[in-house]
Ligand binder design. Structure first.
Ligand SMILES: *[C@@H]1O[C@H](CO)[C@@H](O)[C@H](O)[C@H]1NC(C)=O
Ligand SMILES: *[C@@H]1O[C@H](CO)[C@@H](O)[C@H](O)[C@H]1NC(C)=O
Ligand SMILES: *[C@@H]1O[C@H](CO)[C@@H](O)[C@H](O)[C@H]1NC(C)=O
Ligand SMILES: *[C@@H]1O[C@H](CO)[C@@H](O)[C@H](O)[C@H]1NC(C)=O
Length: 365
């Protein structure tokens, strides 16, 4: 357990260092009065998403930049500028078809000398090195071009990021809206977002609900957030089922996230068809509405026990009465015998030991 926690800490620490390191470690290199600032080392990105290559340059005083050209260096070409153009501000025709529409300048104003680009709809074949050339004019109106020798390197890995699914607390019978946001804030093609519902023992099926329009938010000129919402009425049948949001980018690059729905159920009281399901037997008062052989048995038991009780009470009362009749007779007889024997010697025998006792000044004999 501790090992796991430490491993997690170490990995997250390493990741954050890598993240900040990538954006902080810039390096400027100059040649003949032309300088370029690029990130040191490789910039990593995930397939389907996008990558930003941060870049800025300065030129000699007499040079006015007019056009920014980016090349993707091919291994087979000895000079990178012999490779295909992937972006050009002034002339879109020469751009390699595979990159057309995928690359944009973050700062469209070339005079700002900001050569940062964003490449969208990445595939693993976009990994490699990229080189910048700037064309323009000198102060005496001569057209000139300068190629910066430092290269920017990009590494594209498999798509790991998942969509973000937001689930509000679900209550039975109420309208619910789930929200799914695609990973990455890129300006590429709109991804396709689908919702899948997986009930117990069922195959994937498109969810029965109301999928509202797919939404794209323009965050900046070149970054967008894509999301989809799903509206449906929560019911008991949704409880414990899995809902999946699947995002498909260009080139069939897919990522998905699954959430298990937890619907708050309300017990149904006095349902005429009996209990709704087995787990609710305790909260559902089903006796009143039930009919059938199983409902007759408690009634029969109650009636029989009532009859038995009544018979018992009658028996007890009868016995009580008989006993009451006997008792007074016995007492009468005793009383009579006492009266008869009142002056009998038995009375003297009882009185004899108390001859010395006095009562009202008289000696009792
Ligand atoms: C280049 O432009 C982008 C977008 O406007 C900005 O974020 C970035 O900081 C700029 N880079 C430099 C070096 O000015
Ligand atoms: C829902 O997903 C969880 C994990 O993601 C899985 O363990 C469970 O079996 C799934 N349930 C259904 C009904 O598919
Ligand atoms: C689906 O949503 C639309 C617009 O939000 C609404 O007019 C319609 O009644 C909804 N349909 C269902 C079945 O909820
Ligand atoms: C977002 O930007 C694109 C092009 O940049 C534009 O066509 C679209 O209308 C914008 N959408 C919104 C909601 O502003």
């Amino acid at each position: 357990m501790f090992v796991l926690v430490w491993a997690t800490l170490l990995f997250s620490a390493r990741d954050s260092i890598a993240d900040t390191g990538a954006s902080v470690e810039k390096r400027t290199r100059c040649q003949s009065g032309f300088c370029i600032t690029l990130n040191e080392g490789e910039t990593t990105a995930e397939a389907g998403l996008c990558v930003v290559i941060p870049c800025s340059f300065t030129t000699s005083y007499s040079f006015t930049p007019q056009n920014i050209v980016w090349y993707k260096c091919e291994q087979s070409k000895p000079r990178c500028v012999d490779s295909d153009v992937i972006f050009q501000t002034n002339n879109n025709r020469k751009v390699q078809s595979g990159f057309k529409g995928r690359v944009s300048l973050l700062e469209p104003d070339v005079s700002q000398k900001n050569c940062s680009i964003i490449i969208s709809d990445l595939t693993e074949s976009d990994s490699g090195s990229y080189q910048l050339k700037v064309t323009g004019v000198t102060w005496y109106e001569r057209a000139e071009g300068f190629t910066f020798s430092p290269r920017a390197t990009v590494s594209v890995t498999d798509l790991i990021q998942k969509p973000t699914v937001m689930v509000p607390p679900l209550t039975e019978g109420q309208q619910t809206t789930l929200n799914c946001t695609a990973p990455g804030l890129c300006s590429g093609s709109d991804p396709e977002i689908t919702w899948l519902w997986r009930g117990p023992g069922q195959n994937d099926s498109h969810i029965t609900g109301n999928i509202t329009a797919f939404k794209t938010e323009n965050l900046t000129a070149v970054t967008q957030r894509h999301s989809s919402t799903l509206m449906f009425n929560s019911s008991a049948e949704h409880h414990g089922t899995n809902v999946t949001c699947r995002v498909r980018f260009t080139n069939n690059i897919t990522t998905e996230e699954t959430v298990t729905l937890n619907v708050t159920l309300y017990p149904k009281i006095l349902n005429s068809s009996g209990c709704r399901n087995q787990s609710e037997v305790l909260t559902c008062m089903c006796i009143a509405g039930q009919h059938g052989p199983s409902a007759v048995i408690p009634w029969a038991v109650a009636v029989i026990s009532l009859i038995v009780n009544v018979i018992c009470i009658i028996c007890v009362m009868f016995l009580w009465n008989t006993r009451k009749k006997v008792k007074p007779n016995q007492e009468d007889r005793t009383y009579m015998s006492l009266q008869k024997t009142d002056p009998s010697p038995e009375y003297d025998v009882i009185g004899q030991p108390s001859t010395e006792c006095r009562e009202d000044g008289r000696t009792i004999i």
